[in-house]
Ligand binder design. Structure first.
Ligand SMILES: [Ca+2]
Length: 326
């Protein structure tokens, strides 16, 4: 099959063309679905996987267009036409979102263009007619550009997919602060994400690395976690915590639900006293009540868990570990 891709002559390999076209249509369908429906895939990470498909999607789309063109005509201008057609599809797919609930995004369009560069660049590097005509340093430049574009287009999808699968497998543990992928489940929404540090000396054995969050005067936010959305099997949230202060410190645990129809989801909160002894805190989900009206958490729509300071505690260090459900 690779031999067929290595020249600009009309390709006789219809199965390759058909397979690429089918993959391309599937990728576009996924991206369109993600744009039309507010995706609720089971976790924020799964949503990130879907949103990261712009680059890989348009790599496949541009290659599919190129292969179709090769069946119809010869010449290196096929690359230019394929890039323009794929770029036009990307532009249209963003423009049609302007009146919809989701925003048309320049960064999505940029990701589309990177994907097109990756797809066509990788084919061009192995194209025999280009290799015969081009100077060596042109080929080196083309190969470098294709490699960088491929990395930029595909690495986010690979990393988010890895993190999403790891998060799914780790349940009912939400965060252990032992794995590098967990960084993708917290620290996305504010600049002062907690550090991963060795467990303090007064913690029981078995806790290797924990999160350390230093209170500031501003938001009071110590930690925000974006767990998997589906909590139907569980009735209790637990975590380990301590504070480096002689007096106990009150914190507010807040659970937020996913937005509905663009309106922010309800918030539920519970106050806890954290002291200097490392202890396991257990909160029954039924005890966490909505701020405005008494209602229970929808276990299929949990969006985030946040912990805020209460009162003036700037400079105080809080330690957290082992967030889990049971
Ligand atoms: Ca840990």
């Amino acid at each position: 099959m690779l031999a067929d891709m290595q020249n600009s002559e009309p390709s006789g390999s219809m199965p390759l063309v058909v397979a690429t076209v089918i993959v391309s249509i599937g990728m576009i369908a996924l991206v369109v679905l993600a744009h039309v429906h507010e995706p609720v895939m089971g976790s924020h990470l799964a949503d990130h996987v879907l949103n990261s498909l712009h680059g890989p999607g348009f790599a496949f789309v541009s290659v599919a267009i190129l292969l179709i063109l090769r069946v119809l005509r010869t010449g290196l201008s096929n690359y230019l036409i394929a890039a323009m057609v794929a770029g036009f599809i990307g532009l249209v797919s963003e423009v049609v979102q302007i009146p919809g609930p989701r925003d048309a995004s320049a960064s999505d369009l940029l990701a589309d263009l990177v994907g097109i560069t990756a797809g066509l660049g990788c084919i061009a590097v192995f194209d025999r007619s280009i290799r015969q005509k081009a100077k060596r340093w042109h080929l080196v430049g083309l190969g470098t550009a294709a490699t960088i574009a491929t990395a930029v287009a595909f690495v986010p999808t690979v990393l988010y997919a890895y993190a999403a699968v790891s998060q799914w497998r780790a349940m009912p543990v939400i965060l252990s602060f032992e794995q590098f992928w967990e960084r993708a489940t917290y620290g996305q929404n504010w600049p002062d994400a907690p550090d991963m540090v060795p467990a303090p000396a007064n913690w029981p054995p078995g806790y290797v690395t924990v999160a350390r969050s230093v209170a500031t005067d501003e938001s009071g936010l110590l930690l925000r976690v974006e767990p998997r959305n589906d909590w139907r099997e569980f009735h209790e949230l637990m975590f380990m915590s301590s504070v480096n202060s002689d007096t106990s410190q009150q914190v507010r645990l807040e659970i937020r639900e996913l937005p509905r129809d663009g309106i922010a989801g309800p918030k539920y909160s519970e106050h806890l006293e954290i002291d200097s002894t490392a202890s396991r805190y257990r909160i029954a989900l039924s005890d966490i009540t909505a701020m405005a009206i008494p209602r229970a958490i929808d276990p299929e729509r949990v969006s985030s868990i946040s912990i805020y300071t209460v009162g003036e505690t700037a400079g105080t260090e809080y330690y957290f570990d082992d967030f889990r459900l049971q």
